[in-house]
Design a protein around this ligand. Sequence first.
Ligand code: AQP
Length: 328
Amino acid sequence: TQTIFSGIQPSGSLTIGNYLGAMKQFPELQDDYDSYFCIVDYHAITVPQDRLKLRERTRSLAALYLACGIDPEKSTLFIQSEVPAHAELSWMLQCVASIGELERMTQFKDKSEGKESVTAGLLTYPPLMAADILLYGTDLVPVGDDQKQHLELTRNLAERFNNRYNNIFNIPDIRIQEVGARVMSLQNPTKKMSKSDDNHKATIFMLDELKQIEKKIKSAVTDSEGIIEYDEENKPGITNLLNIYASFAEKPVEDIVTENQGKGYGDFKQDLAELVQGELEAIQNRYYDLYESDELDDILDHGREKADRVASKMLNKAKKAMGIGRVH
Ligand code: AQP
């Protein structure tokens, strides 16, 4: 069987962008793949985090993975910082990466733009992500569109390492959804929806109260034409809502356009709100039961053990290839 790996940062409360771009596809994948799902807390500290909130979000994210259908009998769910091989291989890959290629990453440019000071970790984020993926011999990485460039870099670093030292890393492929790969902000639909957006009206969080979800969808920016059409260029607002609708309904976006022909924006938004509320309500109910449970800790302990076993083996191969440490 092939292996998949995917990570999500506990850098904020999860959005429907994270859900539709990544998490929603995980449960069906775990039946066919050897699956690793990771809470990447070392990635989250590339920007400042409140310590107590980070702890809470790490646990919350674990509960959310499970509430969305990750089955610990089928998948390995674990916290990145609890498996030291990630930080170790990341350092080795930083010594394979060049500063120039890291500076060219759009996420680095976006997140450092206009800031007086940014952490070195923000620059070296991609080698850590590469380590996450390469430690498990990953074949496939299911992520949203925004991670395409980082995955390309992961492939380059793996190939460079293989050529320079020893052929130990599998070269992973990316898996991007057709719809839902890029959910945009509700207030500025030319910008991606993001958990760390300061404008909370722009973002639907998975744990938002149901009333709140309706309110946010109803106040989503559209246009004054009043015609439901898919047109990314001229009607980014409605197009984004159509994409969200199609992803939740699991239907092609053309069908959603046809079904909603002639409807007013108000009614369309109302239907969308009910669809989103229905799916998230079920997840939220499971989430609140899991968050407080001891079962959650048992699952994470078990996940750490399994991940550590697999990752340590690959780390040793990498050390051997590079000549790190003593022969044993
Ligand atoms: N707007 C989005 N549409 C579709 N997919 C998205 N993803 C993120 N935003 C969207 C996907 O969610 C997964 C987890 O993302 P992450 O936690 O690694 O961080 P990110 O990509 O940087 O997401 P955010 O929400 O924008 O977080 P912050 O604000 O902390 O940077 C990934 O698979 C990603 O593609």
